[in-house]
Ligand binder design. Structure first.
Ligand SMILES: N[C@@H](CCC(=O)N[C@@H](CS)C(=O)NCC(=O)O)C(=O)O
Length: 235
């Protein structure tokens, strides 16, 4: 038997090529972190689209790989010691891919921990706070009509986090300096999404964050980003 079939998720999303990484995702800021990293690393992978409109992320097959019912999730049939490994949480997946390949993260210990620190900053701060901002500003605006508090709260926190990134990027091309790492890959899709998905450039005053804007433009224009930003294709 191949090494992907034992994972129940493969009954709903069968692997065409079970010898390569299987990615279960949607092209959202969390999902594209993994496709962009895989493209940067040149690792072959098979993307599977998980339909939110059909609530597939909460299906029994998906929950068998990620009990938290959120994309992205991944199976590497060629994991540590050649054994297959299934993973969820984008930050854990990015660290795994960096360590598997010895790329996209400095090898020396302090640089490695600093990179992981910025990945956690994204996963614990940028993602949840920007996500709440987008929820109230765009997706649930009708539910809070007449109450400015939710948008103001998350707008202020989003701007504060952008300020942290702006400061970090002074004199640096990337979050870790000269080296493009998983910290950039984790973070830039979320900042890009403020404009592209939420159309919130004005309310957030995005033009003030010049170093952040230049960094997003640099990261977005990398060939791997262009290739990974639309994966898996929406059905
Ligand atoms: N901390 C998780 C967050 C994942 C997450 O929030 N994924 C969203 C899409 S961006 C999702 O699957 N939402 C569907 C749902 O909550 O049902 C990670 O970084 O992987």
């Amino acid at each position: 038997m191949d090494r992907v079939s034992p994972f129940p998720i493969s009954t709903r999303w069968p692997a065409q090529n079970p010898r390569i990484i299987q990615l279960y995702s949607v092209p959202t800021p969390n999902g594209v972190k993994v496709s962009i990293a895989l493209e940067e690393l040149g690792l072959p992978y098979e993307p599977h689209f998980v339909s939110f409109s059909e609530n597939e992320q909460k299906s029994a097959e998906f929950l068998s790989l990620n009990p938290n019912g959120k994309i992205p999730a991944m199976i590497d049939p060629d994991g540590p010691d050649g054994d297959p490994v299934g993973l969820f949480e984008s930050g854990a997946i990015l660290i795994y891919l960096a360590e598997k390949t010895g790329r996209l993260m400095p090898n020396e210990p302090i640089g490695r921990y600093e990179t992981i620190q910025w990945v956690f900053f994204q996963v614990g701060g940028v993602g949840p706070m920007f996500g709440q901002f987008g929820h109230f500003f765009k997706f649930a605006a009708d539910k809070i009509a007449g109450n400015p508090y939710p948008v103001e709260r998350y707008r202020d926190e989003t701007r504060r986090l952008l300020g942290v990134l702006e400061e970090r990027l002074q004199g640096r091309s990337w979050l870790m300096g000269d080296e493009y790492t998983i910290a950039d890959i984790a973070t830039f899709p979320w900042v890009r999404g403020l404009d592209v998905f939420y159309k919130a450039g004005d309310i957030l005053g995005l033009e003030e964050f010049t170093a952040v804007r230049d960094w997003v433009a640099r990261a977005s224009s990398r060939p791997a980003s262009i290739a990974g930003l639309d994966v898996p294709k929406r059905k």
